[in-house]
Ligand binder design. Structure first.
Ligand code: SF4
Ligand code: SF4
Length: 200
């Protein structure tokens, strides 16, 4: 009965919007049960809340570690090798890969946080942004790469061309070495023909 009466009187008041760090946070939460005027009013949430993933793409080296460790495979990355270094992250790591695709399906994510732990540049983080609502499930797939298909194809082509050039140069160097060896061998044989055999 006491509990019922407490709730009856509490329902006349709104919830208190104290930050979760305040000493009497849990006491004050029981003093009002009315919902707040969301979104004009918002309850404070912990700074370390795990609500949404965010990727700072300028610091991503597209190493794929986050996608590999994800237990539910909700991160999809399409990496394209660059022909040379394309910049540095804020911690000084050299970037050598483009991200043609970097999608995270938050509808599948189980908020384990493993991806944030393995990231070498700490660019994938859990944020405390909770008020994200979308009208369709597909919109929960967050796309962090803004590279369009034509640009991605161009980058791929440039890398393939550079690889083909390297391979051709390697083959040419091998061929030259073979020719040089052959020439040296022939020359050696020619010299041997003129030489007087040593009598034992
Ligand atoms: S938090 Fe866990 S489930 Fe979600 S994307 Fe990261 S590794 Fe995958
Ligand atoms: S682990 Fe970090 S650096 Fe590597 S692909 Fe994922 S977000 Fe990018």
């Amino acid at each position: 009965m006491a509990l019922t009466l407490r709730h009856l009187f509490a329902s006349k008041k709104r919830r208190v919007m104290d930050p979760v760090k305040t000493d009497n946070y849990f006491d004050t939460q029981g003093q009002g049960t009315n919902t707040i005027q969301y979104p004009a009013q918002q309850l404070p949430v912990p700074e370390v809340g795990r609500y949404q993933l965010f990727v700072e793409m300028d610091d991503c080296i597209v190493c794929d570690l986050c996608a590999k460790i994800c237990p539910v495979d909700c991160i999809e990355i399409d990496a394209i090798k660059a022909t040379e270094a394309i910049g540095q992250t804020s911690d000084g790591t050299t970037k050598r890969l483009y991200a043609a695709k970097f999608d995270i399906d938050m509808a599948k994510c189980m908020y384990c946080g493993l991806c944030t732990v393995v990231c070498p540049t700490e660019c994938i983080t859990m944020t405390n942004q909770y008020d994200v609502s979308v009208p369709e499930l597909d919109l929960l797939t967050y796309k962090f790469s803004d590279m369009d298909t034509a640009v991605a194809e161009e980058k791929r082509r440039l890398f393939e061309e550079a690889q083909a050039e390297k391979q051709a140069a390697k083959l040419a160097a091998m061929k030259k070495k073979e020719d040089d060896d052959k020439k040296n061998k022939d020359k050696g044989n020619g010299d041997d023909e003129g030489a007087v055999p040593e009598l034992v």
